[in-house]
Design a binder for this molecule. Structure first.
Ligand code: PRP
Ligand code: MN
Ligand code: MG
Length: 180
């Protein structure tokens, strides 16, 4: 285990099994859309790893597209400010869209994003989040697919960063408090 990690919350195996299940669920839920498939939208940068793994577990045509929004910057706390840094390359009007996120914390990122995407009139719009933090002050976001509920601690790995570090850890762990 990495020296800066206090505790592993989800191992590489646990994550892989859960991503498998979510992929199978999406494959079943969109069985009617085997021709047109879905557009998987990942929110850079944190969700890139989850999306890459999830896409390979969905047995349908999957278009992969990316948006970059940022609410945290380099700090440990949400600034509450969501910025679009990069928009989608594809038109999503009339398409089935699934947003892949690594974590739902305050919900500000997804709240903004869902409103923005819905205004483009997709045929459907759902969220797959690997983690949902248990916090009281979370915006109400409908997530059809949730990997794990997780405690309100500072976690990193599998895409989640602290000041751009630790995204490449294969597991999800709690960062030692002295690190931030
Ligand atoms: C993190 C995470 C989610 C978002 C969740 O992204 O990847 O996208 O925060 O927090 P929220 O529910 O409070 O909005 P961040 O803004 O740190 O950018 P990153 O993905 O590039 O790390
Ligand atoms: Mn993110
Ligand atoms: Mg971040």
């Amino acid at each position: 285990m990495h020296n800066d990690i206090a505790e592993v919350l989800f191992t590489e195996d646990e994550i892989a099994r859960r991503v498998d299940e979510i992929g199978a669920q999406i494959t079943r839920d969109y069985a009617e859309a085997t021709d047109e498939g879905i557009v998987l939208v990942s929110v850079l940068r944190g969700a890139a790893i989850f999306m890459a793994d999830l896409a390979r577990r969905i047995e349908l045509p999957v278009e992969m597209d990316y948006m970059a929004v940022s609410s945290y910057g380099d700090g440990a706390k949400s600034s509450g400010v969501v910025r679009i840094l990069k928009d989608l390359a594809s038109e999503i009007e009339g398409r089935h869209v699934v947003v892949a996120e690594d974590i739902l914390d305050s919900g500000l990122t997804l709240k903004y994003l869902l409103k923005n995407l819905a205004s483009r009139h997709p045929a459907s719009l759902e969220v797959a989040t690997l983690l949902r933090k248990k916090t009281l002050a979370q915006a109400k976001i409908e997530c059809k697919y949730i990997g794990f509920e997780c405690p309100d601690r500072f976690i990193v790995g599998y895409g989640l960063d602290y000041a751009e570090r630790y995204r490449n850890l294969p597991y999800i762990g709690v960062l030692k408090p002295e690190m931030y």
